[in-house]
Design a protein around this ligand. Sequence first.
Ligand code: DI6
Ligand code: FE
Length: 417
Amino acid sequence: VSNSFPEKIDTLWLDCHLVTLADAGQYGSIENGAMIVNQGQITWLGPADQLPSDIEQRSTQVHHLDGAWVTPGLIDCHTHLVYAGNRVSEYEMRLNGASYEEVARAGGGIVSTVKGVRAAEEHELYEQSRPRLQEMLAHGVTTVEIKSGYGLDVQNELKMLKVIRRLGEELPVSVHATFLGAHAVPVEFKGRADEYIDLIVQEMLPAVAAENLAETVDAFCETIGFSLDQTEKVFKAAKKHGLAVKLHAEQLSDLKGAVLAAQYDALSVDHLEYLDPSDAKILADKNCVAVLLPGAFYFLRETQLPPVKQLREAGVSIAISTDCNPGSSPSLSLPLMMNMACTLFGLTPLEALRGVTINAAQALGLKEKLGSLEIGKLADFVVWDIDSPAELSYRIGGNPCLKVVKNGEIVHQAKRF
Ligand code: DI6
Ligand code: FE
């Protein structure tokens, strides 16, 4: 915390408690704090009693926050938020006792979402996805990662990625795009997964890179997805185009996807219920973030828990995300995921908060700019109606978000009851 104050101040935030998360392993709370924002960046923060007495006169705008808590803006680092339709009928069928095969025969599963996305015009896909992002924003999200992966051909993957770009252009949320062509084998390639991988490598990825439509490349490495060899082909192609990689790994079985991803300097490996605990130190050595997705674990009624203890002991950064998607995690609430990460996976409320802020920023390669309240970082933060930081993880549902601030501007104000 510096003691020098800028002469002219755009915005002064007063009467608040700050959760800075500036140092590992602690909240870094500043009670009765204040924050100064200039040109969308934090230029000072600290205890309010350190402010010079004429500070309000020097400020263009002053906001009094009535003693509310302020955290860094939440970052949802793993979502499939762009899709068409929903899978409610499949959910109801299953709860009425239908088997996986019966659901599949009735046209359910990921193929049904692919059908819906292919049938939707680009603007329809945008109109359906936009309210979802708006609801995420209303729960405190200022940065989101969104994956393609329901188009599964050149034209429809590009269509999804254009919708993803447009969401970031039109809503006050930073959007990070991921190409997930290797999400599932499309019906027209049934039994020919290797040929589909060739299409990804030879046509889809070059087109995505040429139009600059994605920052990262992901794949679903799983017995019901793509093999280790197929995943590696996708990674090699991504590297060739200068794109960073990440992976859906060890969700349902241990294929050693996380180890492969770490070898390719993946930003993150995601899911990890079946990660071999002894592989945790490989992730730590490579600074690869472990992204845990408690919503999918809950919705699919999984029982195998990710090896949180070993990840923690190895010093792996753990992030938490919604995995927002119509099939396995229809959720738009990161605060709810924090609760589930604590209750189901045994994270502490501090770990859960770091998991949706600073560690999620690292999972997107954005740690230098985002994820904590520090001088020089972007002024993305959330004002909460809570009495202590742990209350964010304590609630099951509900939404204590009062205000969302993006680049120093208020972009969402809650209506209170
Ligand atoms: N793992 C998941 O849990 C989702 N995708 C993935 O690779 C499921 C996506 C869906 O069912 O639509
Ligand atoms: Fe996912």
